[in-house]
Design a protein around this ligand. Sequence first.
Ligand code: DAH
Length: 340
Amino acid sequence: MKEKIDRLLAEVHSFSTENAETLEQFRIRFLGRKGHLQELFDEFKLLSADQKRDAGQLLNVLKNAAQDKLNTLKQTLEAGQVIAASDTDLSKPVNFIEVGSRHPLSLVRNEIIKIFSRLGFSVNEGPEIEDDWHNFTALNFAPNHPAREMQDTFFVEKNPDIVLRTHTSNAQIRMMEKTQPPIRALFPGRVYRNEAISARAHCFFHQVEGLYVDKNVSFADLKQTLLYFAKEMFDADTKIRLRPSYFPFTEPSAEMDISCNLCGGKGCGFCKYTGWVEILGCGMVDPNVLENCCIDSKVYSGYAFGMGIERITNLKYQVKDLRMFSENDLRFLRQFESAG
Ligand code: DAH
């Protein structure tokens, strides 16, 4: 009897149909009044009490399996019939689905990446939660540099060693630690500073860091690269100027202005009538920084730059209030629907 039940059980399991008639035949054959199960139950009555215990269990398994199979196939069939019988026109176009649009900061970030990737820059990212070494020390910040103070930097759980990165320059260090030159990479990402939120400042914003390290990299390479970027990002008439500046991790350092893209350099309210607007910081990677990452500064040199994505976006789209970028007001975001 056991073999017979096993055989029928295998048959139940492998049975499938999409046809109502075949399903009805299945029901009759297994669960009908003269079906396999009835037959087996009749045989069961003739068994000894001992044999009944085992056979009873097997019979129940078979009965449940047949019943389950019947129910499942019936439901599938009925669902199919409902669709077939309803007056839903499946060939009709679906209702319009709102797919949303790219955030303006993403649009500008992607454009920056596109421009630099044409020059051979790869794209990488660094962590937003960072240790003191990568955010400050390896970048040549003096131990008492004001940026290390609580007023400027967010520390994680009061641990002076773990910060929310204050700039994307941490990613330069991580890259140089794990890769020997040539390195030509871009690092976009979010950064954090302990600032009161207003139209002109926010406690988080976005930067793109650039780094190029190889033999014989010069300041002229930096200048040419940034000029190319400015012309591609704004327009072909855009001019740049570099003003001497100071960053602990670059020597010499500079800040770069572009000719005001609103007035074309003639002077307007936006550029405070100077004709120029600042867009980024840059310089030659300080030899100390290269050495901190085990790169031989006698063999290699490099340049780096860092720009705020909000800043570039403001110049491109004249967004007056930084808070707009993080408030997710659809009236603001929808204005960029066709931009990307
Ligand atoms: N890390 C600087 C900042 O957050 C920006 C910067 C300036 C990055 C000069 C650089 C650089 O790589 O060379 O203000």
